[in-house]
Design a protein around this ligand. Sequence first.
Ligand code: NAG
Ligand code: NAG
Ligand code: NAG
Length: 428
Amino acid sequence: MDVKLLFLLIFVNFNLAWSGKHDLYEGCSVYGLVLRDTEDLRILSNLEVDLDLDIWRRGMPGVRDAIVMTTPNNRQLFFEEIDKHGIEYYGKINDVVEVLEKHEEEVTSYKMQRNKALPFNDYPTYAQVNEYLERIASENPDIVTLVNAGPSFEERDVKYLKISTSNFTDPNKPIYFMDATIHAREWVTTPVALYSIHRLVEDLRGEERDLLDDIDWIIMPIVNPDGYEYSHTTDRLWRRTRSYRPELNATCYGVDGNRNFDVNFNTVGVSSDPCSDVYPGPEAFSEPETGYVRDILLENDRIQIYLNIHSYGNYILYGFGNATLPENVARIHQVGASMGAHIDVKKLSKANYYAVGNSNLVLYHSSGSAQDYGQMIVPFSYTLELPGYEYGFLVEPEYIEQINVETWAGIVESARMIKLFYNERLNK
Ligand SMILES: *[C@@H]1O[C@H](CO)[C@@H](O)[C@H](O)[C@H]1NC(C)=O
Ligand SMILES: *[C@@H]1O[C@H](CO)[C@@H](O)[C@H](O)[C@H]1NC(C)=O
Ligand SMILES: *[C@@H]1O[C@H](CO)[C@@H](O)[C@H](O)[C@H]1NC(C)=O
């Protein structure tokens, strides 16, 4: 055999073996869309449902472009629609497989250089997150309680920490509840939850004592452990849960956890196709994982703020997804705006400023979201969309620390504000 050919064969083989994991995204590309008005947002949202278009970032007309991923299946129809409506577009990622491979290499080499005891400055696995929660709880039994909410669909424990200097018995303290990674691929959100634990328990600074003394905390770093694990082992861009209901659809797994809550369930911004990324599930709370979030909201009547952390896009959003504003919208906006402004102070110059507002008016309609469900129960409920910079969901691990630190500044600010408002309510 020709030596060159042999070499080529070995090379091809090596490449195939090595890249097999991301083959799923063969022929997928990512585009920016220049949105002109809300009509363009409507068209985009229809494509999401009709073509199963994966919207990475929704965008704001005239301000922020939408980012979408096309597949070989929907590519042609997508461009027909975009051209028909005269929407301008440009390429962002030509070959998603190549970018996924590069991302995996970066994450792997970053992990090898790092101190494994600090999972909040890394992309930890589900097991590493549990180890961290267990260690923090066992080293700080006076202020930290580890709770196992129950099993996920695939029977992974959904765990969270309760942090309190008074074991959740002081009625004068508001509770701050945050969770992360309801959408599996939004990896950068879990470190923010872990870093918050770190700052409250392991690295409490003198000027932040009030946060621990005056507020109780509930922090759930992984809402959707099955999807999270799957995004580590098999499909980096997996978004949904991993429930399997062959009687409804034998091919597709999971539902969009963030459409699965019992608030305007299955009305707008959803698809009835069980394979869609915005499939809300057969019924509200069909997923055990969203049920655990509901239980926390219902069981703790002092929760004043619920922060449902996502990536990406630099948004702080509040209810309702049907454009109706909550009664206390002025204050909700005030706390959200202050949180965003405090993060903006520390942001990288290349990052977008935070945009703050009603999720429907800023982005587009939705139903069954965690944010909306939270808003029915607690005074302040937000979707926080962390930065993606130029990487989208595939933020290089070098940026995790930056995102942790800047986001913590926003969390601190929001915690102090809701404490103040809670005092006002108590003193009325
Ligand atoms: C905190 O309260 C729970 C009951 O709600 C109790 O089981 C637990 O032992 C208490 N922990 C501490 C450290 O007092
Ligand atoms: C399940 O999903 C696949 C892929 O979208 C589709 O072709 C099939 O018709 C669906 N089956 C049912 C029963 O809905
Ligand atoms: C929007 O949803 C909220 C929360 O369920 C509800 O209170 C409000 O009435 C809804 N608005 C409309 C116009 O349906």
